[in-house]
Design a protein. Structure first.
Length: 570
C-alpha cells in the first residue's frame, strides 16, 4: 500500500473516532478484515459493508481528510448547463457531477475525492481549473437522472411507475384486444415518450428514428449526419404500447402485427409542419419501426449552401439556364440528390415558367411549383404521370427517379422535344449514368442527343466547430493528397465533444463531380463506349472527381481525409 493510502486510512479512522461514529475495536476489526482481503477494498467500504458506518459518514470523513467540502446534494446546487461540459457516459462511469462554473473554476461533486487522476482528466476535458466537493454516489446518480435534456437520455422512471409491467404483459398476451391496445397507447406516459422521441430527433437534425426490439431488450437509435447512434433503451415491455401509439398516429392497423405497414404523420413543431413517414416490419422479437423525418425547413436551401466549388457552381448554373435537355443527379440513397434538385428548381423557377415535378413521395412543398404524387396502387406511375404532364405545357419537369425503361424513354423524349428535364439515378459516379440509361433500354444515340450533364454527389460530415483541432496527417494521407496536387502539412479534425456526440463531426456538406459531354464524348456515347472509356474521356476533359473535390474540402478544413476515404471509396 502506498504511503498516501496509509496516511489517508489513519486520518479517516481518527476522524471517525473523534466524531464517535466508530470505536477503536471496530476500526481494528475492519483493518484486520482489510488485511485478509489483501487490501483490495478501502477501509471505508469495509466499515459500510460491516454496518459500522453509513456512506454519508464515510464520505464526510474522507472530505475532511482531504480538506474538501462535503455536500448533501440537491437539484438547487446544480447549474444544468454546467452538466453539458462532460459527456454523459463519462459522468455515469466515474460518478462525477459538475455543479457550477464561475469564470474558469469548475466545481464538481465526486464520490472519490482522493482520485487525483480523475480530477486531472476532468480538468483536461473541460479546460477548467477544478474544485472538488465530496458527495455520495447515490446522490450524484439521483441528480444526474433528473437532468435528461443535457444528457440526451430520456429518463422514463415516471413512465415505469405509471404503467406497470403486468399491464404490458397483458397487452402482449392479448394482441387482438384492440380496445386495450388503444388504451395502452393513449396513456399519457407513452404519449410523452413518443412525443419526446420525435421532438428530440427533429431538434438534433436526425433523418430517421429506428425503434428496434430484441430478445429481452429494446433499442432506439437516431440517424444523424448519416450515422446511427443509440438514443435510449427503454424496458422491453414498452415495445407494444410505443408501436401502437405510433400506429394510431399514422392511421395504421394496430391489431395487425404480422405484416409490414406504411403510413404518415403530420405534426406541428415550433410553428412549422413536420412530415413523418412510418414503416413497420415484423421481426422475430416484435415489430421494428422506422420513422423518416421530412422537415420542410430543409427545403429552404439554395445552391450556394450545398458545397459547390465556385467554378462548378458557375458551370452548373449555366446548364440550368439551357432551354431543354436532360440533367441527371446520381448517387446512393441518402446522398442528398433530392435536396440538390429542389435547390435547382428554386433557382430556375420564375413567373414566366411552368415548373412541374413528379415525385414519390412529395418530400417538400415548393411554392408556385406544380407537384404531382404518383400512386402505383392505382396505376399512376412515373411514366403515366409524365406522359400526361407533357400535355400540360410544362417548361421544366423534375422526375423524382428514373426507375424503368418506360420512365427513362419518356424523360429522354421530353428532353428532346423542348423541355428541361431533371431527374435522379442510382449510380456510383457520373459517367456510369450513361451506361445505366443504356442498360434500362434507352438507345445510345438518344442518350447522346439529350444528355446535358450528370452531377454525381455524396455527403461528407463536416468537422465539429466546437472541438476542431489541427493535426499532422499520416504519411499515407499526405501522399494521397499530394497525388491530387494538395501539399499539406496540417489538417483539421474534431476531437469529440458533447455537441457532436463525441464523433468530431457536425452537419454534412456535398462533394460533387460534374460530367458535361463535349463533342468527343457525345460521339463516344453514340458509338457505345464502355464505362472505362467514358471515364478516361472525362478525365481528359479535366473533370473534377468526387474524390478530388472531397480532398479539396479536407485541405480547407471543412471535412477530414478519413471521411472522404469512407464516403468516396470506390
Amino acid at each position: 500500500m502506498s504511503q498516501v493510502a496509509t496516511t489517508t486510512r489513519k486520518q479517516v479512522g481518527q476522524i471517525l473516532l473523534s466524531k464517535g461514529v466508530v470505536t477503536q475495536e471496530q476500526i481494528d476489526l475492519a483493518i484486520e478484515e482489510q488485511g485478509s482481503r489483501n487490501h483490495r477494498q478501502l477501509l471505508g467500504e469495509i466499515l459500510i459493508e460491516l454496518g459500522m458506518a453509513t456512506e454519508d459518514q464515510i464520505l464526510e470523513a474522507l472530505a475532511e481528510a482531504y480538506d474538501v467540502p462535503y455536500a448533501k446534494l440537491t437539484p438547487r446546487l446544480v447549474d444544468a448547463k454546467t452538466i453539458e461540459l462532460l459527456p454523459r457516459e463519462f459522468l455515469e462511469q466515474h460518478t462525477v457531477l459538475p455543479l457550477f462554473k464561475v469564470h474558469n473554476l469548475l466545481t464538481i461533486a465526486m464520490s472519490e475525492p482522493s482520485n487525483v487522476f480523475l480530477i486531472e482528466e476532468v480538468s483536461r476535458i473541460t479546460e477548467c481549473s477544478v474544485q472538488v466537493v465530496a458527495a455520495t454516489g447515490a446522490d450524484i446518480r439521483a441528480i444526474l437522472a433528473q437532468y435528461v435534456n443535457v444528457a440526451n437520455v430520456f429518463v422514463i422512471d415516471d413512465i415505469i411507475e405509471d404503467v406497470s409491467e403486468d399491464t404490458f404483459e397483458l397487452i402482449e398476451a392479448k394482441v387482438d384486444d384492440i380496445t386495450n391496445l388503444e388504451g395502452m397507447a393513449g396513456d399519457s406516459p407513452v404519449i410523452k415518450l413518443v412525443n419526446y422521441l420525435i421532438y428530440t430527433a427533429v431538434k438534433e437534425g436526425a433523418s430517421d428514428v429506428h425503434i428496434e426490439p430484441d430478445e429481452g431488450s429494446l433499442r432506439i437509435r437516431n440517424r444523424v449526419d448519416g450515422v446511427l447512434y443509440e438514443k435510449l433503451a427503454p424496458p422491453a415491455p414498452m415495445m407494444a404500447p410505443i408501436v401502437s401509439r405510433i400506429k394510431i398516429m399514422a392511421g395504421l392497423d394496430i391489431a395487425e402485427r404480422r405484416l409490414p405497414q406504411d403510413g404518415g404523420i403530420h405534426v406541428m413543431m415550433d410553428g412549422r409542419p413536420i412530415d413523418l413517414r412510418i414503416s413497420t416490419l415484423p421481426n422475430m422479437h416484435g415489430e421494428k419501426v422506422v420513422i423518416r423525418i421530412i422537415d420542410n425547413a430543409g427545403a429552404a436551401v439554395n445552391l450556394e449552401t450545398l458545397g459547390f466549388s465556385i467554378d462548378m457552381l458557375k458551370r452548373f448554373r449555366k446548364l440550368l439556364g439551357l432551354p431543354h435537355g436532360l440533367i441527371l443527379v446520381t448517387g446512393p440513397t441518402g446522398s442528398g440528390k433530392s435536396t440538390t434538385l429542389y435547390a435547382a428548381l428554386s433557382e430556375i423557377n420564375a413567373p414566366e415558367r411552368n415548373v412541374c415535378t413528379v415525385e414519390d413521395p412529395i418530400e417538400y412543398n415548393l411554392k408556385t411549383i406544380n407537384q404531382f404524387q404518383i400512386s402505383d396502387r392505382i396505376g399512376l406511375t412515373f411514366a403515366t404521370v409524365l406522359r400526361s404532364l407533357l400535355r400540360q405545357d410544362p417548361d421544366v419537369i423534375m422526375v423524382g427517379e428514373v426507375r424503368d425503361d418506360d420512365t427513362a424513354r419518356t424523360a429522354v423524349q421530353a428532353a428532346l422535344t423542348g423541355h428541361m428535364v431533371l431527374s435522379t439515378l442510382h449510380t456510383n459516379d457520373a459517367a456510369a449514368a450513361v451506361t445505366r440509361l443504356n442498360n434500362i433500354g434507352v438507345e445510345n444515340f438518344l442518350v447522346s442527343a439529350s444528355l446535358n450533364a450528370v452531377l454525381a454527389q455524396r455527403l461528407v460530415r463536416k468537422v465539429c466547430p466546437h472541438c476542431k483541432e489541427d493535426y499532422e496527417p499520416t504519411p499515407n494521407i499526405r501522399h494521397a493528397m499530394e497525388k491530387l496536387g494538395h501539399n499539406v502539412k496540417h489538417l483539421v479534425r474534431g476531437e469529440g465533444c458533447t455537441k457532436c456526440h463525441g464523433t468530431g463531426y457536425s452537419g454534412r456538406i456535398g462533394v460533387y463531380e460534374l460530367f458535361v459531354p463535349d463533342d468527343e464524348i457525345r460521339q463516344a456515347i453514340s458509338d457505345g463506349a464502355t464505362l472505362q472509356e467514358l471515364r478516361k474521356l472525362a478525365g481528359k476533359a479535366d473533370m473534377t472527381t468526387l474524390y478530388s473535390d472531397g480532398m479539396s474540402k479536407a485541405q480547407s478544413g471543412i471535412t477530414t481525409a478519413e471521411e472522404v476515404f469512407r464516403v468516396c471509396a470506390g
